[in-house]
Design a protein around this ligand. Structure first.
Ligand code: CA
Length: 253
């Protein structure tokens, strides 16, 4: 469908991981440019202008976070950072500096490919402007401001609707607490975690079959939330039963 191959810049100093990434991405039709240090990466980012960047936070010559700052001065290409699991603080800092998503090492190439697709798609969605958003059994009509779960119209309060729309627009993507609060509630609400938690649980009550084990909006502990991309089939099993009291109450509210 897209004749121009998306170019992905990989910045990773461990040869086996760089090779694994390159093979996984090239097998999906992406064009890969790679390097193993920060200085070269900064230069390549400018000359190649990649559609997306995969960045190892631990580079030999530079802190990966420093590179994020440099790149963000002029580029909005999505950046996915790789780090080891014990460095959660580093991930949060990287996201705050403008990275879009992360994977922890050792990672499953399929997980990385899903993240790459979600982050490339986000850019397209924002440019094209869609009248309708779908994910699994959820369909949002953005023109009429209506939400359908398995074809059944369901009422959401204006704020719940906005939050759901935000998750749907950014489906598949890592979203930090701060980012969601800022984008949905405004800059003054950047620290209102409790506020966000309440609204996320309200939206979950309406869309999840099991709110204690959510399939759509999953918690990324200490970081934020991610709306998983579900197929319509997988999603049917995950919607609340149509005649549960909660849903009746919600649609009659
Ligand atoms: Ca490294």
């Amino acid at each position: 469908m897209n004749l121009k191959k998306d170019t992905i810049l990989i910045i990773e100093d461990e040869p086996p991981i760089r090779k694994l990434l390159t093979i996984a991405l090239e097998s999906r039709g992406y064009k890969v440019v790679d390097c193993d240090n920060g200085r070269e990466a900064a230069r390549l980012a400018g000359s190649v202008k990649p559609e997306l960047i995969v960045l190892d936070l631990g580079l030999p010559d530079m802190d990966g976070k420093e590179l994020i700052q440099k790149i963000r001065e002029w580029s909005q290409s999505p950046i996915i950072v790789c780090s080891v699991r014990s460095e959660d603080d580093e991930i949060v800092k990287a996201l705050d500096l403008g990275a879009d998503d992360y994977v922890t090492k050792p990672f499953n190439p399929d997980v990385l490919l899903a993240r790459v697709q979600a982050n490339l798609r986000k850019a397209i969605t924002q440019e094209a402007g869609e009248p309708e958003l779908t994910n699994g059994a959820i369909r949002m009509d953005l023109v009429r401001h209506e939400v359908f779960l398995n074809g059944q119209k369901t009422l959401f309060t204006p704020k719940e609707y906005e939050l759901l729309r935000y998750f749907m627009l950014h489906r598949g993507k890592m979203l930090t607490h701060k980012q969601i609060l800022k984008d949905v509630w405004g800059p003054a609400h950047g620290e209102d975690m409790q506020y966000l938690r309440v609204y996320v649980s309200q939206v979950r009550e309406k869309i999840e079959r099991d709110v204690s084990d959510p399939a759509y909006i999953v918690t990324e502990p200490g970081i934020g939330y991610r709306m998983e991309i579900l197929s319509a089939d997988a999603a049917n099993a995950n919607l609340p039963d149509k005649d549960t009291p909660e849903l009746k109450a919600a649609s009659g509210a």
